[in-house]
Design a protein around this ligand. Structure first.
Ligand SMILES: Nc1nc2c(ncn2[C@@H]2O[C@H](COP(=O)(O)OP(=O)(O)OP(=O)(O)O)[C@@H](O)[C@H]2O)c(=O)[nH]1
Length: 619
């Protein structure tokens, strides 16, 4: 939401409402499809819509979605059971390194239950808040979700946020309490939390250990029993929703589609409702979890489609595809990703500009949520202003540029977009709009020409042991946040909901929250200034001359640190001897340093930018 300072206080948090579902009933599967069954093109007509389930796994970071997905893939024979199956759906190097899921992946699982073949389409989702757009995308193709909660940590902030995404999409929600093998696991306590916060009866919770595979089969059975099949009809004309797309260097765009109606096969002519462009389908198939071509895809099924689209902008998320000359009412598009963190990106060396340009272009082919504007800075030369979903998204993008394209860049301080309602007729004419969005601080319109400024706000959920509640409330107030709700989710855990100005939390709020437990308090401007100077001092390489780092508030210097100069021992070759000779050498050295300081350039390593932004350390 976008609000003015005053309006922020009037917004309401949607109240908690009851969820639906039925009791679990588990039964062992009769037989699973094995890898051998999948050598030939699969005939998908043997899966009627009644035997299809489309579901997602949602959870707080690290509660075990990817591990559960691995077990489900093994149980249904999509991958062989080995000890090496770790985060099979996490394909990117950065995902495996950081242990987080960035791009959602789909897998079609074949499962035999009570003598019937079922097609279970699993869509893995990322857990981090920056990627919640991926979650809402994936959910639009589903009828139900597995809500995974760690049996030790219990409900966490992202569990709540993801629950509401699923609840608002009116999906069936199956709570799964994971990691029951942990020594400190307390599934009963978590069950009570689920009852209290989500209003789901405790006996609907399935308790498992995804790591050991304990009770995972009953999850599959619950998917079949509790999630409804998609309401889709093969006899209607094709209506396919694009819910994700990736770019392959050799084959072009691979669009992930959910068929709401109709049938699609190789050779069909399809039209994008968004661009009105026509394409011929080259290949259709399912992901199992690797691409497996099929003869056709039928209503209710989820799969991939390749049709000569050249970049991901041609397969926009939320777009509807239909058959040529058989137009249909497009499916309601869902919330598209809105970049909320903007930062300047520049090559470390301007001669690298063209290489970096092509690396950014290639990477954005795969990540349509990044927006790119050309920009230039007096200090850093020609570059771009990029919009990201959040700070982690920015770091991941940067890491991928480095790892996949060997690029080296400088990133400037991230900022959030603002809006200005213009009062100057001249400006309104110039912009052809009364309300403008500003993504670059350098382009802020003058205050005298503006009626009011608006800033983005977010509703944040914090779950904490109650002993920290007081300190956290103070921190939130210091960040101009407005409290919306507070409740005990069990005896000593409190859930707080606050409306935060995004700018106040985008960089270092999480670090501040963490350091609260070690009793860290601060006086804002001075201590932020001091911390930034200290961090820069630690991050900047020493030079032959002294570097002064100062933090200024307006024209007042509020903090200063000095990076000491390297000192060459110019007296090394003077054995004993004349003091005036020594003084002369030292004087010459001092003059040289003075001269250097005037002409010397300090290259700020790009790591320093990120480090400095996190003004409070994790220490
Ligand atoms: N003891 C135990 N550990 C588990 C279990 N399930 C997952 N883990 C561990 O928990 C950690 C996180 O698991 P992931 O499956 O990567 O978590 P995730 O929810 O997919 O994380 P994101 O992709 O970042 O959202 C890993 O170290 C797993 O090995 C379990 O049942 N028991």
């Amino acid at each position: 939401a976008w609000v003015t300072e005053a309006a922020r206080k009037g917004l309401l948090w949607p109240h908690l409402a009851p969820a639906r579902g039925t009791a679990a009933e588990s039964r062992a599967p009769d037989r699973c499809y094995s890898s051998a069954d999948r050598k030939e093109k699969i005939d998908m007509s043997c899966f009627p819509v009644e035997n299809t389930r489309n579901f997602s796994i949602i959870a707080h970071v690290d509660h075990g979605k990817s591990t559960l997905a691995d077990r489900l893939l093994e149980l249904t024979g999509a991958i062989d059971k080995t000890k090496n199956n770790k985060q099979v759906l996490d394909k990117l190097q950065v995902e495996r390194e950081r242990g987080i899921t960035v791009k959602a992946q789909t897998a079609s699982l074949f499962y035999n239950y009570e003598g019937k073949q079922y097609l279970l389409n699993l869509i893995d989702t990322p857990g981090h808040v920056d990627f919640s757009y991926e979650v809402s995308r994936s959910l639009s193709a589903c009828q139900g979700v597995l809500l995974v909660v760690d049996a030790n940590e219990g409900i966490q902030a992202q569990t709540v946020a993801n629950f509401f995404l699923a609840f608002e999409a009116q999906l069936s929600i199956i709570p799964v309490i994971n990691k029951i093998d942990l020594k400190n696991a307390d599934p009963e306590r978590v069950e009570k939390q689920i009852e209290k916060v989500f209003d789901i009866p405790g006996d609907e919770c399935i308790k498992i250990s995804a790591k050991l595979g304990t009770n995972v089969e009953s999850v599959l059975d619950a998917v079949i029993k509790r999630i409804p099949f998609p309401k889709a009809h093969c006899r209607n004309p094709l209506r396919a929703l694009v819910f994700d797309s990736t770019f392959d260097q050799y084959r072009g765009v691979i669009a992930n589609v959910a068929l709401f109606d109709g049938v699609v096969s190789k050779g069909d002519k399809i039209v994008s409702a968004h661009t009105q462009k026509t394409y011929e389908v080259n290949e259709v198939g399912v992901l199992n979890p690797n691409e497996q071509p099929t003869h056709k895809l039928y209503a209710g099924q989820v799969g991939y489609l390749i049709a000569g689209m050249k970049d991901v902008t041609e397969a926009q998320i939320g777009d509807t595809l239909y058959l040529h000359k058989q137009p249909v009412e497009p499916l309601p598009g869902f919330k598209s990703a809105k970049p909320m963190v903007f930062a300047g990106m520049y090559p470390v060396d301007q001669s690298e500009y063209n290489n970096l340009k092509s690396a950014i272009e290639k990477l954005t082919l795969n990540d349509s949520s990044v927006v790119v504007h050309r920009d230039s800075s007096l200090a850093l030369g020609a570059g771009w202003r990029l919009g990201f979903l959040g700070l982690l998204h920015m770091e991941v993008f940067n890491q991928r540029l480095e790892q996949e394209y060997n690029a080296s860049v400088i990133l400037t301080t991230p900022t959030v977009p603002y809006k200005a309602v213009l009062s100057s007729a001249k400006l309104i004419k110039e912009y052809r709009e009364k309300e403008i969005t500003i993504i670059n601080p350098a382009q802020f319109p003058d205050k005298s020409k503006v009626t009011e400024y608006l800033e983005p706000v977010v509703l944040g959920t914090i779950i904490t042991p109650d002993e920290y509640t007081g300190k956290i409330m103070m921190l939130c107030q210091a960040r101009r946040a407005v409290q919306k709700n507070m409740m005990y989710i069990d005896q000593n855990r409190v859930m707080l909901k606050y409306l935060f100005p995004l700018n106040e939390i985008v960089v270092d709020f999480y670090d501040s929250l963490k350091s609260l437990s070690s009793g860290y308090a601060r006086d804002k401007a001075y201590s932020v200034g001091k911390a930034i100077c200290e961090r820069l001092k630690d991050s900047l390489p020493r030079q032959l001359f002294e570097i002064a780092i100062q933090a200024a508030l307006g024209s007042k210097i509020i903090a200063r640190e000095t990076v000491k100069a390297y000192r060459k021992n110019v007296l090394a070759k003077c054995y004993g001897g004349d003091i005036t000779r020594k003084m002369k050498l030292l004087k010459r050295q001092a003059e040289g340093k003075k001269k250097l300081r005037k002409v010397g350039n300090v290259e700020v390593p790009k790591d320093a930018f990120i480090k400095v932004l996190k003004t409070q350390s994790d220490k």
